[in-house]
Design a protein around this ligand. Sequence first.
Ligand SMILES: [Zn+2]
Length: 178
Amino acid sequence: MTQGQKRYNTNYKKRVNVERDTYLPRWSPKGILNCRGCGAVYYRRRWTLTPPPEVRDLVESREEVSNTRCPACRKIRDHYPSGELRLLGATPKEKREMLLMLRNEEERAREKNPLERIMRILADGTEWKIETTTEKLAQRLGRCLEKAFGGSVVYKWGHNNKFVRVIWQGATVKKKVA
Ligand SMILES: [Zn+2]
């Protein structure tokens, strides 16, 4: 690991196994799981917010269902992002539009995979930071902004490609990001 890579993920020491997301179970759990945080249901090896009626019935009757917290809710609780999107040089009007668009895009991503979530949105002066539970979502949000607002997007991979920082720069910003 180089010094430069460390900067992108201050939690790197927590990662025990570098080849996989440590928040995903090593083996597929048996039976049906129900997340107490977001209500997502795990069955047939995937998480969903819209289980079929027979599974929904089981969840409601609490039969054959274990309570748990899904990997996304655990990452949010531990404040352990896998992706980050930075907005540089957006005008206040653009920012408002962008936040709405990012929330909509998150909703659409969650419909397919409930583990893709925006964790936090932080404003630091003119710079905005959006933390995500997956590296995939951060990239998706970056692409979405580029398409709608132009500007340029840079992807910087951190520790073992398990963390990505996506930097969106508005057209008005001339200075390159180091
Ligand atoms: Zn959850």
